[in-house]
Write a protein of this length. Structure first.
Length: 359
């Protein structure tokens, strides 16, 4: 009697993947990069604890697809970060994984050559190399945690993590967040609801045990102590923005009801700007106005920004890609980014030092 095959019926290949330890051995953490990571994490924690009156701003491309243009942006951002550092802590948005509603390019790790070759092994190594280079410049990095295995490969190079709108209610991502070494921002869901984000913060603050991998790539039971630096990110949804005063006040009340600190980050992009980058400066300006008028719960912002404004489709001939222009969501250009952050710095430089009370 022949036993029927009951597994891997839709798997056509299984390619070997280097372990996290293998890739870290090829691209080890340097003292300079480690200092940048730790300083970035501590600064965000101090902002969330109200020990540092500044705002943190996660700013950068919607996604990384060209490491040359990405590092060009990072160098510019480092100079701007030094200029506004008394008011704003700038963290570069470095997103390698793109969640998809249906289909589309899944990001630099999944398909680094943008040709459907899906060399995830090379993409992971290239992503780690890019993060090392960014941190070596002295600018901390932020990312979205999408794949639960990926943090083992480059989590030591991240200062702030987002849990996205599509995964905020996922048990897997809440468990992962509970073990991350960074502060974690939970976004409201795409329908605009805050419940999943608030519940995610509560869940991630508690210990969890779950299946994962260790540094050698072996299956392991991961046991976490919980992450007390969860906070909410308002990104709009359900056909309307939620950065306005009323929406922020409702978010404050939801956090209070759950027994959580009133720590709120405003995402200037996505549904808050109707995915139109021209509206991102208006969102940031409104946020700064709320702070000037006495708001004490807004601790940070997110901006989708690249060298060139707008976005582009991925062409069949990759040599036709426009340098420094997003291949995913549309971004504000560099000149607009500078104007936005300098204006916010100037607007809030005398206001933020007075915000000393814990929200």
């Amino acid at each position: 009697m022949t036993v029927a095959q009951t597994e891997n019926l839709n798997i056509i290949a299984q390619d070997d993947m280097p372990s996290p330890g293998d890739i870290k051995a090829q691209l080890p953490l340097t003292d300079t990069a480690a200092a940048t990571v730790l300083a970035g994490r501590r600064a965000v924690q101090a902002i969330l604890d109200r020990e540092d009156p500044r705002l943190f701003v996660v700013v950068g491309p919607c996604s990384i697809h060209d490491p040359v243009a990405g590092l060009d942006y990072a160098r510019r951002l480092k100079a701007l970060a030094d200029e506004v550092s008394d008011t704003l802590l700038l963290i570069m948005r470095v997103y390698f994984e793109k969640p998809r509603t249906s289909t589309g390019w899944k990001g630099y790790i999944n398909d680094p050559y943008m040709d459907d070759s899906f060399r995830i092994d090379e993409g992971m190594a290239r992503a780690r190399k890019f993060l090392l280079d960014v941190n070596e410049l002295g600018i901390p990095a932020a990312t979205e945690a999408l794949d639960p295995i990926a943090p083992q490969y480059y989590g030591d190079l991240i200062a702030w993590t987002a849990i996205g709108a599509r995964t905020a209610e996922s048990q897997t991502h809440r468990e992962m967040a509970s073990g991350l070494s960074t502060p974690v921002g939970f976004k409201n869901t795409t329908d605009g609801s805050l419940d999943a984000a608030v519940n995610g913060i509560v869940s991630a603050a508690n210990p969890h045990s779950f299946l994962g991998i260790n540094g050698q790539g072996r299956s392991a039971i991961l046991r976490t102590r919980g992450n007390r630096y969860g906070h909410v990110v308002l990104r709009g949804g359900g056909g309307r923005p939620n950065y306005d005063t009323v929406s922020v006040n409702l978010a404050e009340k939801a956090l209070e009801k759950a027994g959580l600190a009133r720590n709120i980050v405003i995402d200037c992009s996505h549904a808050n700007s109707w995915k139109n980058p021209e509206y991102q400066p208006l969102v940031l300006r409104d946020m700064a106005h709320q702070i000037r008028e006495g708001n004490s719960s807004i601790v940070g912002a997110m901006i989708e920004s690249f060298i060139e404004p707008g976005n582009q489709k991925i062409p069949a001939d990759l040599s036709q890609l426009k340098y420094g222009c997003s291949v995913t969501d549309a971004c504000v250009g560099w000149d607009t980014t500078v104007d936005m952050l300098r204006q916010t710095h100037e607007t809030l430089r005398e206001v933020l030092p007075k915000r000393t009370t814990l929200a």
